[in-house]
Design a protein. Structure first.
Length: 340
């Protein structure tokens, strides 16, 4: 499934001065370098533990992006290539003027206007959408794009409908990382999480026993999610997780907090989707067929209750849609179990 990561450059001198910076080459501040290093450190950690994989960094030629890309490359060891199409939009006569000026906001509503010597929104869309189409043609390769706010906005619009107001207001933070997946290229057996949530709600109706709720929830997930080989729960007991209701091959019964994907997700209280479990330091293999995994923490009365764990025999099985869908699913379980 084709996907890529996008990072905006770190803080620049003109960001601090709140000036419009398009084709002008305002350098990173010291803080900007630090932000880039921090993003590089975070990405390296995720690469090392198998959560993500990146083949190549593509960067805008402007120094604020290029230097950000180089910092990330130093940290991660992923090579950098300049991609001229990632250069920021040239804002013509507005370059260097106040960033929050109302006149500039109005000017940007004219999509075919190039601001007196700059680049129009339509021209920008042409080159960025072409780049997106090119990335989509190589689904086996994963790139990290390092570029600008104006570019992030155009990329966002490639992936979803936006009103003019949303488009104008869209922006991301310095050195923030986002992930995009080419939806059409996904297998056409995607899960309908709305339906799944309705089904689990029906199954839980009036049921108080946790074992009963979780047993049917595991069976439902196992039946409804394509390309998985294990679905079930681990429940917190002191500082470890014990095997709960599940479907799939017999599994390890105890996982200490902080160990394996389940123990890490529980200890860090966050959903973890692992692209390749063989690269996850400390992954606990229950079924040798498992290649990727997602773990969602579960809470009861504001405290850790356990985790939902799902394994897949294919690499990179779980994307943002699965993450969001399964987090919604878990919220429903939490709400029902809170009624006990
Ligand atoms: N792989 C998990 C252990 C549980 S089994 O996948 C069912 C982990 O690393 O936590």
């Amino acid at each position: 499934m084709g996907h890529f990561y996008f990072v905006r450059h770190g803080q620049t001198v003109w960001n601090v001065e709140n000036k419009i910076c398009g084709a002008a080459d305002s350098p990173l501040t010291e803080k900007g370098h630090e932000q880039a290093k921090e993003t590089g450190r975070m990405l390296k950690e995720r690469i090392d533990n198998g959560e993500i994989h990146i083949d190549q960094i593509l960067t805008s030629p402007l120094s604020r992006a290029y230097d950000t890309a180089v910092e990330i490359s130093h940290m991660t060891g992923v090579p950098v290539t300049v991609e001229p199409r990632l250069i920021e939009q040239n804002f013509g006569k507005w370059e260097g003027t106040a960033r929050d000026g109302a006149a500039f906001a109005r000017a940007k509503e004219s999509f075919a206007d190039s601001y007196g010597g700059g680049e129009s929104m339509m021209r920008l869309a042409q080159r960025i959408y072409n780049l997106m189409d090119d990335l989509r043609k190589e689904p086996e390769k994963t790139c990290l794009l390092v570029a600008h706010n104006g570019i992030s906005r155009m990329i966002e619009s490639y992936f979803r409908d936006m009103s003019n107001e949303e488009f104008a207001a869209f922006g991301i933070k310095n050195a923030e990382v986002r992930e995009y997946t080419f939806e059409d290229d996904r297998p056409d057996d995607r899960t309908d999480y709305d339906l799944l949530c309705q089904q689990v709600t029906g199954l839980m109706d009036g049921m108080e026993s946790h074992i009963t709720i979780l047993s049917n929830a595991a069976a439902l997930l196992y039946e409804m999610l394509p390309r998985i080989n294990w679905a079930g729960f681990y429940i917190s007991h002191g500082d470890e997780l014990l095997l709960g209701p599940f479907q799939g091959k017999t599994a390890c019964v105890r996982i200490p907090y902080g160990q394996g994907v389940c123990g890490t997700a529980a200890a860090e209280n966050r959903t973890i989707a692992v692209e390749n479990v063989h690269k996850f330091a400390g992954h606990i293999a229950c079924d040798s067929a498992s290649q990727s995994e997602i773990v969602v923490p579960i809470h009861k009365d504001g405290r850790a209750y356990g985790v939902l764990d799902i394994d897949s025999p294919v690499l990179n099985r779980f994307d943002n849609a699965d993450r969001e869908g399964l987090e919604r699913f878990v919220k429903l379980l939490e709400a029902e179990m809170a009624n006990e």
